[in-house]
Design a protein around this ligand. Structure first.
Ligand code: PRX
Length: 650
């Protein structure tokens, strides 16, 4: 960008009134694969034609007979009759090309360790692991759970599963043993792959002890595979009867393995996420459509070229990690950087040091990380050369203007557009997002991508006027859509499909569309909190509190937080004799407040960050006894209480 362009954009930002437009510079436009945003969106109007065209970029063992089958709504089927394999497309097909010796994954961590695996090396490792899993008796359709940090073995294990048709379920390594038990037992995994620990802020977090605790309650697990990632284990003698070191497991395994011929609609993975009720939802994704959706969107939104170095900070325990840290970049034959550790250790320059060292070209992260790093000022972004960056991206929650501006000015130096991508665990792929040639409005994820159809509607499903807030719905099926909730079709239909007229998918978000057709996300319409970009269900937190002997009943709402977006605010009815600010037990030094914090953290893991706890005498409830969190939220925000006719007289 020349100087005049830069100053114009800066001026625009300085004058920002919530609706400013930031245009891409000529270099971005010259490089872009998609040159005409509007035309590309138009191409997607015929969804079947568009997605069939995009499906051609993959290698199918057998092409589909029908692009979309809508006969059993909402159980849509994509690429019906098509046969394909993810690992084959992500790895095997590249080793027959000049990409064979290209780096596929570049692992680094907060300690500065580094592991690089070429496509060929990764191919061999995946095959060895796939053979080992077969030897453990894992067959097509069996489930394998993983509780691993971001490390090469996680990528290898996920791809080894997809190679032989096993369904993987990665569990975020920050979740508690209670959450692990729930997720393993729901899908009855026979094998769990874990590690001794993970590096975080200079410490080693013990993951094995979480698995040890969980295994007391997971009867289906026959084998625990242990990656000696941080080298805590010296000897096989340290292991229990059903545990085996990863290294030992793959020792002597052959480095070639067949690819299971998967039906396009065969299950690929299950990933748990929080909903409005207590039990986590096992979001089920299938094979063909998912691959088409993620490969297309990554290429278009982040303009992926052969020489890119892609870095998504999304952990593979979440959907961003599945779709965009691991699978999509490999499906495009790109190099993906995976990072383990904190964004601010050993100092808040650690990410920028990595960008400089390796020459990262595309960088995708969450607003909460940006807001956290902003607090350390501009020193660290100035210390390193960030000129290699070409496109930045944001995901997980609305990005506030200050964070957008900091990202644009301090990281991108006013040269790199920011792709604000709206999507969900359930959607599998980006749904509302710009492309690099788009005119951006800071804080808006812009428009639906080609082949994606959305509307903003009222309670009855009628479209609301431009500028008005309403429910965000997706009006037509898309290829990477989840196909069900594992073992819970009733909940699948109830939560997502029954609320609005036939065929409208309820996202759970509120939004508005401006005069230019840009979409502004206005937060969730349900009782799901977004803490540092993670979904945490209010009911899950309430149940965790309620399981403590001191608590009679709890209501939880989100409390605004400048860094994490939201934190938990809990209203507690305590059992008689308890006080938040008195010792929890006779003779104990621990105040009940601290004890409850520990208890909730133990149940839900560190994702459930407590902001405030207050003790109350009663909670607002409907006449049928349902807690009205809406009333608590309105009171908290100092707003009008709205319709309280259903409120019980307390
Ligand atoms: O509320 C929206 C918010 O995150 C929710 C989905 O959360 P999850 O399934 O955990 O997936 C996060 C990563 C894709 C959405 O319903 N959300 C996600 N991206 C954005 C967003 N809100 C505003 N802007 C975004 N770019």
């Amino acid at each position: 960008m020349d100087k005049t362009e830069k100053s114009t954009d800066q001026q625009k930002l300085a004058n920002h009134n919530g609706d400013q437009v930031v245009s891409p510079n000529n270099k971005v436009i010259e490089r872009a694969i998609v040159k005409d945003w509007d035309r590309e969106i138009q191409k997607g109007e015929d969804i079947e034609k568009y997605w069939a065209m995009e499906a051609e970029q993959l290698d199918w063992f057998k092409k589909w007979d029908e692009v979309l089958d809508e006969s059993e709504k909402p159980y849509y089927k994509w690429f019906v009759g098509g046969k394909i394999n993810l690992a084959y497309n992500a790895i095997d097909r590249w080793i027959k090309t000049e990409k064979r010796n290209k780096i596929a994954i570049l692992y680094t961590n907060e300690r500065g360790d580094e592991i690089k695996l070429t496509y060929y090396e990764l191919y061999r490792e995946i095959n060895k692991m796939a053979n080992a899993l077969l030897n453990l008796g894992i067959k097509k359709g069996d489930t394998v759970s993983m509780y691993l940090p971001m490390c090469p073995e996680l990528v290898i294990s996920m791809l080894a599963c997809t190679k032989i048709g096993a369904v993987h379920s990665a569990i975020y390594s920050g979740l508690s043993s209670v959450a692990v038990v729930e997720r393993i037992n729901d899908i009855k995994s026979k094998v769990v792959i874990t590690a001794d620990g993970t590096y975080r802020r200079g410490k080693i977090i013990n993951l094995k002890s979480v698995i040890d605790e969980a295994m007391l309650q997971c009867p289906t697990v026959q084998t625990v595979v242990l990656v000696n990632h941080t080298g805590r284990y010296n000897d096989v003698a340290d292991l229990r009867g059903n545990e085996i070191f990863y290294e030992r497991l793959i020792e002597g395994e052959g480095d070639s393995c067949y690819n299971e011929v998967m039906d396009a609609e065969d299950p690929l993975f299950i990933l748990y996420t929080s909903g409005s009720t207590g039990k986590p939802k096992g979001v089920l994704h299938t094979t063909g459509g998912y691959m088409v959706g993620i490969a297309t969107t990554l290429r278009n939104v982040f303009d992926i070229h052969d020489n890119d170095l892609w870095w998504s900070t999304g952990d593979a325990g979440w959907i961003t990690g599945h779709s965009y840290t691991i699978y999509a970049p490999l499906l495009l034959g790109s190099t993906t950087l995976i990072y383990e550790g904190a964004p601010d250790f050993p100092d808040p320059g650690v990410w920028w040091k990595i960008v400089e060292k390796y020459g990262v070209t595309k960088f995708y992260t969450a607003p909460t990380a940006i807001r956290h790093l902003m607090r350390f000022g501009k020193k660290y972004t100035k210390l390193y050369n960030l000129d290699s960056l070409k496109i930045l991206g944001s995901v997980g929650e609305p990005i506030n203007y200050e964070a957008w501006k900091w990202m644009y000015e301090e990281i991108g130096k006013c040269r790199t557009p920011i792709m604000d991508t709206w999507w969900q665990t359930e959607t599998g792929m980006h749904m509302i997002a710009p492309m690099p040639v788009a005119d951006l409005k800071p804080g808006s994820a812009t428009k639906p991508l080609p082949g994606v159809n959305i509307a903003i509607v009222d309670e009855e499903g009628a479209e609301v006027k431009k500028g008005k807030k309403g429910y965000l719905v997706i009006t037509k099926p898309w290829p990477a859509m989840f196909r069900s909730l594992y073992n819970d079709e009733e909940r699948f239909e109830e939560v997502y499909w029954n609320h609005f007229p036939d065929g409208f998918y309820k996202t759970g978000d509120m939004a508005r569309m401006d005069e230019d057709g840009y979409i502004w996300i206005e937060g969730r319409s349900d009782d799901v909190l977004k803490i540092a970009g993670h979904r945490v269900g209010a009911v899950e937190v309430e149940s965790a509190f309620n399981s403590h002997p001191s608590v009679n009943e709890t209501a939880v709402i989100g409390k605004e937080d400048p860094v994490k977006g939201q934190l938990i605010k809990a209203f507690l009815i305590l059992n008689s004799g308890y006080d938040l600010d008195l010792p929890f037990k006779d003779g104990s030094n621990t105040m009940l407040r601290e004890e409850l914090k520990r208890h909730v953290r133990h149940s839900l893991g560190p994702v459930a960050v407590l902001g405030e706890m207050v003790s109350v005498d009663s909670l607002p409830k409907t006449k049928s006894g349902k807690i009205m969190r809406r009333i608590l939220k309105a009171k908290e925000a100092g707003e009008d209480l709205g319709d309280t006719s259903t409120l019980d007289d307390l």
